[in-house]
Ligand binder design. Sequence first.
Ligand code: CP
Length: 304
Amino acid sequence: MKFERKDLLDIQSLSVDEINLILDTAKSFRQVLERPIKKVPTLRGKTIANLFFEPSTRTKLSFELSAKRLSADLLNFSSSTSSVLKGETLLDTAKNIMAMKVDALIVRHSLPGAPHLLATYLPISIINAGDGAHEHPTQGLLDLYSIREKKGKIEGLSVAIIGDITHSRVARSDIWGLTKLGAKVRVCGPPTLIPVEIEKMGVEVVYNVEEALAGCDVVIMLRIQQERQSASFIPTILEYREFFSLDERKLKFLKPDAIIMHPGPVNRGVELPAKLADGRRSIILNQVTNGIAVRMAVLYLLLT
Ligand code: CP
């Protein structure tokens, strides 16, 4: 099967075959990362630009490393040191970077749909690296990859996603991907942080963490996204922690071999204590490593 797309904008529009193609391609790149020389010539001569209009540690560095591992040239653009501060628009910024003969733009923006706008107007590949609270497709794909790596499959697994679902682009990408591949998904959080009608995405909504965790194979903990909240959605962090954080007692409701995931950045002591973030069930750093292989696969499939 060939990946017939110009852009990667979301998981919602991907078919099961397309998702599996990306995950299977990532598996071969994951092996490259274990070699003494972690580099292949696949994208030699291609130029890729990281356009980040929001802060990032993992996604930005992971895309940078993925492009370099594939021997592409990479430009890093950061809005805080750019002519955006002089009033240049998103589209003009992107057009000017494209005029430098760039083959793909990796875009993170606070506005949902910003990468889709660029994909509509520009002939080069656009990759969504997180648009507002809409989607973060490569995070969703690396989460699928990491679950499949640990559990051997996605179909039939029970997955709990706990925290600020309303403001989480990761939750949306995970839900699309997990449900397409046949997992059962429960979302859980304070009622103020669960979107109205989220059941229409094929998930079960639970407001009690113990109930959400019961019999699950995987738990994905999410951060409270203060930067996307114009009002206070929870009374205090102390109360949030009491009811919605993971701890040793709540862990007992999961299956004995269940894994703990988090897209990062982790607020230690809020979503989960350091002991669990660093514990034997946590695959948080595996997710980061797998992210490079998944992003290599996405760049390869879009640019060859
Ligand atoms: N998971 C994630 O998107 O992390 P960054 O914001 O650091 O890129």
